[in-house]
Ligand binder design. Structure first.
Ligand code: ATP
Ligand code: MG
Length: 569
């Protein structure tokens, strides 16, 4: 490929819209352009990277025995009604109507479509197990699309779905995908870690996320310093140390104190001169089953996903001011469990054993101190509803947990019979008896994976592509295209590499060398070959590795073969 005929619209300046490195560099390197919030065009350079990434995913899926197909992007509402998700999926599901007023959605995921398909084409145990996948567009109307293709609304996903005769078979299928994913992210040259995860609206009983470790990751993961436990904080359990004994003799008298305008933990603890671990943080939530009050210690954070899972409700969000007032009789910042009636109260395990605590007085500008469980109020239940944090005990071995940030690039779920049951996907077993298929589903965000690779591999000058997904393996910079001697040498190297099947880009543009070198660094092709004055004068060319900056001088004779050796080394 010749640069002069290729389209790489690089940008000199950092685009204002980009908050993270990968987004900035993908825009600057001319890989993507935004059309609308969370909707991007992939330009030719970006497309090459995406295709190479997708190809590695494809090869490993094929190796694991999965079969590629293509499913429709536009999906009729009927199948979503069948699965029961039309009304529970929420606003990420982009719904639309056709000219006959029939309801459809843009596919955010394809469990319904695949289950409907398989139910029609698989009828016997002899056709199972089967694993089907596609690499195709998804649309999710994300509440906050950001970071470019990392959290887009329209994006490319590899999604696979396995169907087995029973649970044991489904576990084997799950294990194969776990292994395939590990191979994929290894081949892509990423530093990653599989972690236990929450299964979210997809449902199912068991799941792992594959996390690329990066400081800019949106996810926080906890890992154990001693055993191999690793989990997304969304899911991470906290080991219960057993109920701490309290001595009622230590209980002080409940007291009401004026706390004018003190709403935050910092304000209240500063004013009352107590540690935040003595505070009972009182949070009011509205859920699909009515309001709920959750209590966590002042130095802990609520984990809404654990709370939602515990309550087993479809929707849960922090209550608006009017709901808080109607339940507590006070504005936000002054809620407390003492005297609260007719609302379910769930207290985090971390509060067990707390004595003489501080909490809101359910009255504007008032808190209460010396609050004690059972004497002053009794929660409906204690549960594990807080976010795990650095230093918390590992749920497996009790040793301290460490936190790291990560980018979720892949997610595998054991679905069980959730969809086959609701949608009637059955097969006939050897005795002619109808049974439900046992399913699994497995996703990889292809664009997000590319962005994650860039987050992990770049410097101040631009992208440093891992070789397996680099848009080209070699960039030949012809320093002065009007110099016939240089041009001849560069063309020969270019032809030689092409003949050997190497992906090579020849920068034959009529541009200043400074611009060519800057673009070369920005675009991040692993090997840069410079054909300049020395090539003609001394028969020498420079070969530079983007990653290390290491430069090697090689003779012009047989240069293509020598460069090929360098690529594989
Ligand atoms: P997240 O928690 O980041 O929203 P998710 O749990 O909704 O992800 P899945 O439904 O498991 O994601 O989708 C499978 C994969 O698709 C994810 O692991 C991720 O790589 C990718 N993905 C999900 N949402 C997006 C998005 N908005 N933009 C780009 N890729 C995405
Ligand atoms: Mg999501």
């Amino acid at each position: 490929m010749r640069y002069s005929q290729f389209l790489i619209p690089t940008l000199r300046e950092d685009p204002a819209e980009a908050e993270v490195v990968s987004h900035r560099l993908m825009l600057r390197a001319g890989m993507i352009r935004k059309l609308a919030a969370g909707v991007y065009s992939t330009l030719p350079l970006g497309e090459r990277v995406l295709q190479k990434t997708a190809q590695i995913v494809r090869e490993e899926m094929n190796r694991a025995g999965a079969l590629e197909l293509t499913l429709p992007f536009v999906q009729p509402a009927e199948i979503w009604h069948e699965s029961g998700r039309w009304n529970v999926y929420g606003k990420e599901l982009m719904r639309l109507k056709d000219r006959h007023n029939r309801e459809f959605c843009l596919g955010p995921t394809h469990e319904e479509v695949i289950t409907d398909l398989v139910k029609g084409v698989v009828s016997s145990y002899k056709q199972l197990p089967v694993n089907l996948y596609q690499i195709h567009i998804k649309f999710r109307d994300e509440i906050r699309p950001r970071f470019g293709v990392m959290r887009a609304r329209e994006f490319i996903m590899k999604d696979a779905y396995s169907f087995d005769v029973d649970n044991a078979g489904a576990e084997i299928s799950y294990g194969k995908m776990y292994e395939a994913y590990s191979r994929i992210f290894e081949r892509l040259g990423l530093t990653f870690r599989p972690v236990e995860a929450d299964s979210g609206p997809i449902g199912g009983s068991f799941s792992h996320e594959f996390m690329v470790l990066a400081d800019t990751g949106e996810d926080v993961i906890v890992t154990c310093s001693a055993c191999d436990y690793a989990a997304n904080t969304e899911k991470a359990e906290i080991k219960q140390e057993g109920t701490s004994e309290v001595n009622e003799g230590d209980f002080k008298e409940l007291e009401r104190v004026e706390t004018p305008d003190m709403r935050t933990i910092e304000e209240v603890t500063g004013f009352l001169k107590v540690g935040s671990e003595l505070l009972i943080k009182t949070l009011v939530f509205t859920t699909s089953d009515g309001p709920v009050v959750a209590l966590v210690r002042g130095d802990h954070e609520i984990n809404e996903i654990k709370l939602k899972n515990y309550l087993n409700c479809n929707e849960l969000e922090l209550a608006e001011e009017d709901v808080i007032e109607s339940i507590t009789g006070a504005p936000r910042g002054f809620a407390g469990p003492v005297g609260l009636e007719k609302v379910k109260i769930i207290a985090d395990y971390g509060l067990q054993g707390g004595t003489n605590m501080v909490t809101g007085g359910n009255e504007r500008d008032v808190h209460v101190i010396n609050v004690n469980f059972n004497r002053d109020f009794t929660p409906d239940t204690f549960a594990d509803i807080r976010l795990a944090d650095e230093g918390d005990p590992c749920p497996r071995c009790g040793k301290p947990l460490t936190t790291t940030r990560g980018i979720e690039v892949g997610h595998i779920f054991k679905l069980g019979t959730k969809y086959s049951k609701s949608m009637g996907a059955t097969y006939l077993d050897a005795d002619g008896k109808a049974r439900e298929m046992v399913m699994g589903c497995y996703g990889i965000g292809v664009g997000r994976t590319v962005a994650a690779a860039i987050e992990q591999s770049h410097d101040e000058n631009g992208i440093i592509f891992p070789a397996p997904i680099a848009p080209f393996s070699v960039l030949v910079v012809l320093v002065n295209p009007t110099d016939e001697g240089q041009a001849k040498i560069a063309e020969e190297i270019y032809d030689g590499l092409m003949q050997d099947g190497v992906d090579v880009l020849l920068d034959d543009r009529d541009e200043r060398p400074g611009i060519k070198f800057k673009d070369a660094d920005l675009v991040g092709i692993p090997i840069r070959v410079t054909v300049g004055k020395n090539a003609v004068k001394d028969n020498k060319i420079d070969v530079k590795r983007r990653k290390t900056g290491e430069v090697q001088e090689i003779p012009v004779e047989n240069a293509a073969a020598a460069i090929k050796d360098i690529i594989v080394s």
